[in-house]
Design a protein around this ligand. Structure first.
Ligand SMILES: C[S@@+](CC[C@H](N)C(=O)[O-])C[C@H]1O[C@@H](n2cnc3c(N)ncnc32)[C@H](O)[C@@H]1O
Length: 285
């Protein structure tokens, strides 16, 4: 969640720890500790075998070996529609969604092990069995691990914004990533996004509108005075200079997705005075 660089030397005999090493593209995350303590450590111990998928690794320890394909029926012990959430953080959203929707399977994709351990705590306390988790880099999960047309929905809420222009190449939502999403999503399936940074929201809308495989479910919605983009730019929020004449004439923002609960991460963003942008796109057939 932080953008500070965390250079680490590869350790002998283990996968390199620096996630950028040996990958063709810069990754969208910075390496954070894997260490688990206290309740998280014991929750992991009790539940990882049943709920955490351990892919063979390629090189880095968040990578996925080229030949690893998930069999969802085997992993979940049943065949059911699949929802994939990418960047689940502390697992608040996916755990609640899975609890309220026992008929569907939920896969959490997250590189931060303590976050997945926190999800294990929730899985236990909710007594749910329709969640599985994988600690891995999302583009590789989409490229390798998940079959084409296998997911009914893909959710990505509050993807790291990478503010500095020289870091924009690290942002997850870009055309090459959407190609991967498009392969895994079923035709008619939905990609849902949310962000609290207007500049990233604009980028998401732009690359999605330009992508031939996706169609906005809310074209023109919340344009003009109703647009959070209009509000941010007119008021000079997020460090922008105020532009009193600014109008977002395009809109296309989705109403807040009712199954996206308020996570602690979003709570902090709202407390800091930021506004939230939702987007929902259909994978065309
Ligand atoms: C800003 S947090 C948001 C967490 C959560 N979605 C929420 O709303 O509370 C972004 C999360 O995405 C994860 N992440 C970033 N890049 C990722 C990637 N390439 N693959 C998997 N997870 C990633 C980060 O570790 C972090 O937990």
């Amino acid at each position: 969640m932080s953008e500070s660089s965390e250079q680490q030397r590869p350790e002998h005999g283990t996968a390199p720890r620096n996630p950028d090493l040996f990958r063709a593209e810069p990754v969208s995350f910075v390496r954070r500790g894997n260490r688990l303590q206290g309740r998280r450590a014991s929750a992991w111990e009790r539940n990882a075998e049943q709920y955490v998928i351990e892919p063979p690794r390629k090189i880095a320890d968040t990578s996925v070996a080229d030949d690893f394909q998930l069999d969802p029926a085997q992993a979940f012990g049943r065949t059911a529609p699949l929802i994939v959430e990418i960047g689940t953080g502390l697992g608040e959203c996916i755990a609640n969604a899975a609890k309220d929707d026992p008929e569907r399977n939920y896969l959490a994709v997250e590189v931060y092990r303590p976050g997945l351990a926190q999800l294990m705590l929730k899985v236990e306390s909710f007594g749910i069995s329709n969640v599985r988790a994988v600690q891995a880099n999302a583009p590789e999960v989409l490229d390798v691990m998940l079959d084409e047309n296998s997911a009914d929905e893909i959710w990505i809420f509050f993807s790291d914004p990478w503010h500095k222009p020289r870091h924009h190449k690290r942002r997850l939502i870009k055309a090459s990533f959407l190609d991967k999403v498009s392969r895994v999503l079923k035709p008619g399936g939905t990609l849902r996004l949310a962000t609290d940074w207007s500049n990233y929201a604009e980028q998401m809308r732009e690359v999605l509108n330009a992508h031939p495989d996706f169609e906005n479910q809310h074209p023109g919605n919340l344009a003009g005075e109703g647009s959070n983009l209009t509000k941010v730019r007119r008021d000079g929020m997020e460090g922008f200079d105020p532009e009193p004449e600014f109008v977002d004439g395009q809109g296309g923002w989705a109403p807040r997705f009712e199954r996206r609960i308020l996570t602690s991460f979003e709570g902090k963003a709202l407390k800091a005075g930021r506004l939230v942008f939702d987007l929902a796109y259909t994978r065309l057939g």
